[in-house]
Design a protein around this ligand. Structure first.
Ligand code: FAD
Ligand code: UQ1
Length: 581
């Protein structure tokens, strides 16, 4: 099969046979358009056989027959409409591919310049210079057809987000294929090392230690598109930027992080950063946590935790223990009343770590209030309101006074993800938890906080996810099934006191996955060595390990090649593939 790519959403080919359809599917095509009238020549395969093969492979199929040398504007309009309606990328064919290319050229003329059209078709192997007078007449003449092609740039891989997941995935891809064409779409000028914010709030790091210019973390060779993605058009393999520009891709990696929903708590945004209300979940606010801790020598401190999932589920407690430790060292702990108000029903989701944490809860005299969900804050009155769910399931409202309030905000998938075709019912980018490939769009992958995999949302998880995504994306680009699998690893270094950490490391189902032997770091006990790692080793592991493609202790587990994947190209579908063990 002789495929000529015109745009990321459309390729054209000379006559294809029913046997070619499986190969087309394995290369990522999701729809077939037949532009050849039936019975044009004797050797022409029956259209019905092609339709049946397409249907058998789950591809959309449509016939828009046009007579050679007589392509009409109405044909072009029908073709454009079909492209808008069918799943992409689309493979269109006729006897030589010229009619299909001509249909694209005519349908694109209202939107693209004539030069761009002629260049794109020439690059694909079709010289349509003879069409120039017709294209000149059409240029800009018709309002864009809904779903018609827009001017666009395309990359082999487009990554949404230049945070932990986006940069790590790019680094892992480049380690495997240094010349890969990758664009990262990221609007921010700064990259934040968020795991450091707990230590800023605990007076150990300066906030400047947790930030680098985005330009400095972009891997060499990657194109940084300084813009925000507004929408996804996975049927066409395109993302839409805020200004309406489109970016095409052969593989998409989504890593836009999650959204902090400050406004879901009434009055919170207005009072954050004053009146004793703070949060380590913000770069600019973490220093205020430490300032408050130092300035308080008596009174009531409340630490809140919203419903799961949140990023770094231990962070609300970490802020609390480090504050309590500081009051303890200052000799004022006895005059402080500390309360942990948690929307959930347990101190930590993996039961093995709870005893070590409870020791600290008792040592610091912390009151535990479960099923307490923060709903409102009145900064001036210094009161926090909670929706409290009782044992009978009934909800009541409880108001508490505070001198210091550390808020971990409610969190959800970014709005532009929630409203996209990539989202699952809960709003996250839907992925297979093992391969991190989208189950409906085989050229889409996701990692980090925005993906639906049920792991602990941490940078530690990203460190293990990035090599899995990189391996599977490269397989997908070759039309192969993904074979690298992620075990759900995530880690939460719980700073129980200044100088000691309970290093929780676990995978799917709460399975303990310690990186070190017990004699070195007993993960269920506070460890000095783990603190040393958090302070001295994890930042370089992040900046110079996972951002440089050095996959220390993070090599992905590979599934064996299935015989089918070896022998029959049509069996290694580019589409959704669950690993078979
Ligand atoms: P992020 O790193 O948040 O990056 C997302 C990126 O996407 C951002 O740069 C953003 O600008 C960009 N973006 C957003 N919208 C768009 C758009 N529309 N178009 C393009 N780009 C967009 N993890 C640990 O492993 N250990 C810890 O100790 C730890 N402690 C933490 C403590 C705190 C207080 C916090 C807040 C987090 C902590 N984490 C910790 C969690 C860790 O920081 C996150 O899990 C990790 O950063 C997730 O990476 P990500 O790439 O998914 O998201
Ligand atoms: C980790 O890999 C990581 O990201 C690089 C973190 O964030 C900075 C962490 O907090 C942790 C705990 C890990 C896990 C790494 C090891 C070696 C246990």
């Amino acid at each position: 099969m002789d495929i000529h790519r015109i745009t990321p959403g459309l390729s054209v080919a000379p006559q294809i046979a029913p046997a070619d359809i499986g190969l087309a599917a394995s290369q990522g095509f999701r729809s077939i358009v037949n532009n050849r009238p039936a019975g044009e020549s004797e050797e022409q395969p029956a259209a019905d056989a092609i339709r049946e093969a397409a249907e058998a492979h789950g591809l959309d199929y449509r016939e828009i027959p046009v007579v050679s040398g007589q392509v009409t504007d109405a044909d072009a309009a029908e073709f454009s409409k079909a492209l808008g309606e069918m799943k992409g990328p689309v493979l269109a064919f006729c006897r030589t591919g010229t009619r299909s290319a001509t249909l694209w050229a005519l349908s694109s003329a209202p939107l693209l310049s004539v030069e761009a059209i002629l260049e794109a078709t020439k690059a694909a192997g079709y010289d349509l210079t003879a069409l120039r007078p017709r294209l000149d007449k059409l240029e800009g003449a018709v309002a864009p057809v809904a779903g018609g092609f827009q001017p666009q740039v395309a990359h082999e891989v487009v990554i949404v987000g230049g945070g932990a997941g986006g940069i790590a995935a790019a680094a892992s891809l480049l380690k495997r294929q240094p010349d890969l064409d990758i664009a990262i779409v990221e609007p921010r000028a700064q990259h934040y090392y968020q795991p450091g914010w707990t230590l800023v709030g605990g007076g150990v790091f300066e906030r400047a230690d947790t930030m680098k210019p985005m330009a400095d973390v972009m891997p060499k060779g990657v194109k940084w598109v300084r813009a925000a993605v507004a929408a996804f058009d996975p049927a066409r393999s395109e993302v839409v930027l805020e200004d309406g520009e489109r970016l095409g891709y052969r593989a998409l990696i989504c890593a836009p992080g999650l959204q902090l929903d400050w406004n879901k708590v009434d009055g919170l945004s207005e009072t954050l950063g004053k009146n004793g209300v703070t949060s380590n979940y913000r770069f600019d606010m973490a220093p205020y946590t430490w300032k408050l801790v130092q300035s308080l020598d008596r009174g009531k401190a409340i630490f809140t935790q919203p419903p799961m999932p949140i990023k770094c589920a231990g962070a609300p407690q970490k802020a609390m223990y480090l504050s309590a430790d500081a009051w303890s060292r200052a000799g004022t702990l006895g005059d402080m009343e500390i309360e942990f108000c948690n929307a959930g029903a347990a101190l930590f989701g993996v039961k093995e770590y709870v005893p070590a944490l409870m020791n600290y809860v008792e040592r610091y005299g912390i009151g535990l209030s479960f099923q307490h969900n923060l709903t409102a804050v009145d900064g001036e009155a210094k009161t926090a309101t909670f929706a409290v769910t009782g044992p009978d399931g009934e909800t009541s409202t409880v108001e508490k006074r505070f001198d210091m309030l550390h808020v971990c905000p409610p969190q959800s998938a970014p709005d532009f993800i929630k409203s996209s075709p990539l989202a699952n019912a809960a709003g996250w980018v839907e992925v297979s938890p093992e391969t991190l490939q989208h189950p409906r769009f085989g050229d889409v992958f996701a990692l980090g906080d925005a993906c639906s995999a049920p792991n602990a949302k941490t940078a530690a998880a990203v460190r293990k996810q990035a090599p899995v995504v990189a391996t599977n994306v490269l397989a997908a680009l070759k039309g192969e099934a993904p074979r690298a699998v992620y075990d759900g690893y995530g880690s939460c270094p719980l700073t129980v006191e200044r100088g000691r950490i309970v290093l929780a490391e676990f995978g799917y189902g709460g399975k303990l996955l310690p990186s070190f032997p017990r004699w070195l770091v007993d993960s269920q006990q506070p460890s000095r060595l783990a603190w040393l790692m958090k302070e001295k080793m994890f930042p370089p592991l992040y900046w110079y390990g996972m951002f440089k493609g050095r996959e220390w202790l993070a090599g992905p587990e590979m599934l064996p090649m299935t015989p089918a994947a070896h022998e029959a190209p049509e069996a290694c579908d580019f589409g959704p593939t669950q690993p078979q063990r």
